[in-house]
Design a binder for this molecule. Sequence first.
Ligand code: SF4
Length: 333
Amino acid sequence: MRFPFDFTLTQALYQAKMKRHGRRYPTVCMLEPLYTCNLACRGCTPERHTGKLADRLSVERCLEAVEAAGVPIVAVCGGEPLLYPELPELFRKLIERGKYIIMCTNAQLMDKKFFDIIPPDRHLFVNVHLDGMEKTHDFVCNKPGVWQHSIKMIKESKARGYLTITNCTVYKETDVDELEELCKLLTEIGIDGILISPGYSFEKVHEDVFLTKQDIDAKFKRIKEFAPKYKITATPAFLEFCAGERQLECAPYSTVNFTPKGWKAPCYLIDSDEYYQDFDTFWKSVDWGYWEKHSDPRCANCRMHSGFEQTAVEQAMGSPKDLLKLAYWQMSG
Ligand code: SF4
């Protein structure tokens, strides 16, 4: 199976329950306990890697946010989660509450701050950022040696029994053949999943690394061709959307984002100063209908999985042909 059975079942039961209460609901809390990072990647908005560690969220505040959102899945990102001193306590308490954790890490500190400290658990996915082979990834991360260390950590993570996946952002410079080479290598290592998504053009990033709509179409048409050979976690409908073959609404409410400044509106991508301190006010204040249409200029080239994967799945559920494709995709992983 593409995802572990218990993870898929928990999500399906949660979604069936939530659908009874309305069309819009969150599925994932993107929890950013800190805006401090040990890298300064080219495609990352500066806010996320220049924050002071002292401004981090407390464990209590993180747990309150997750409970308020009521979601089964928590993607712990940042900043670099492994720099968060209370990470073992946070993970232990999230797992006690039955949450699934996706730890989004650049993997550079896994040998010092993760292995032997946080044990493997079926509720914990290690999600390593990897944007290509060595030259490309080190260029994106702005530092030589990052790729080599990440690959070493991925192998170690698999050997120690952690569910280990990778997260690859596609930029203007991304060579699709190189991406397939990366998928082959990760498959040999025994990776549990490969997420591929187009990069979002952050306003505060001045490097010319982001894709136009035409770039995304062309690259994802090729990615879609080789995707069935690998354990790629993007659904078929989402890949078709990225290849320009399907229209989707955005669902920014499906991946709500809690940061050291509060709940960020409307989504974790848009540079805005709209933050809310409590979930109910956040949920009721955002004009979700407006953002669903993705007609705002800041949504122009966005095809991020965090915005569109939920609607891709929902659209697929409405058509027998797409539903069969989705079922085959899940079983064939
Ligand atoms: S399209 Fe959706 S996910 Fe993308 S920037 Fe706009 S609101 Fe955010």
